[in-house]
Design a protein around this ligand. Structure first.
Ligand code: CTP
Ligand code: MG
Length: 176
């Protein structure tokens, strides 16, 4: 595989972890405090919790720190061997991922889609779009038209497969 493609995947890895960890560590108080929007539906729904949000951000920062450990000084070094830059990129990727996830749920509720029901594009891609936007200030050298295209295609397939596996393992009630 081309070096740019491998670097692109390493770059987005913290976001993937941020997006999947809440399924395992989430729960508790919903972020919207059960408030309703003017359409009488929940702002976000019970699927978006405070604990899930912060677990996602911390997961991304942890994965980024691990990448610093393994990638510094190699040909796949993403941020000039700087622990600060790795962790900051992880923070931005985590915040972007979890914010995009909230935006996706907000739009789903406005469309009348119940919590936990699938939405073809919003479930898979809103987190990625926001992760890329948030990370851009420190990761612009890793983001290009072809890397973004690769990530949107890859994310769609990884997300679909991961959810089927999580469903089969009994971690998720539904395979999406
Ligand atoms: N989760 C959480 N906090 C978050 C995001 C996710 O606790 N900020 C947990 C919840 O238990 C949620 C599960 O991870 O049910 C799966 O996440 P997701 O598929 O994003 O949420 P849904 O329950 O499908 O809700 P929605 O329809 O709003 O996407
Ligand atoms: Mg879901």
């Amino acid at each position: 595989m081309a070096e740019w493609a491998i670097k692109t995947i390493l770059f987005i890895l913290p976001a993937y972890f941020a997006n999947s960890v809440p399924v395992l560590l989430g729960g508790g108080q919903p972020l919207d405090a059960k408030l309703k929007f003017s359409d009488k539906r929940r702002l976000l729904g019970d699927g978006k919790t405070i604990r899930g949000f912060f677990a996602g951000v911390l997961a991304a920062m942890t994965v980024s720190a691990a990448e610093w450990l393994f990638l510094s000084g190699t040909g796949f070094d993403l941020y000039d061997s700087s622990l600060y830059l790795y962790v900051f990129a992880g923070f931005l990727l985590g915040m972007g991922t979890m914010t995009g996830d909230l935006v996706g749920s907000f739009i789903k509720r406005r469309q009348g889609i119940a919590q936990g029901k699938p939405s073809f594009l919003l479930d898979q891609l809103s987190f990625l779009l926001f992760a890329l936007i948030f990370a851009y200030p420190v990761s612009s050298h890793l983001i290009s038209l072809h890397s973004a295209l690769l990530l949107f295609l890859l994310t769609y397939f990884v997300h679909t497969i991961a959810n089927v596996i999580a469903h089969k393992l009994g971690l998720k009630k539904v395979p999406w």
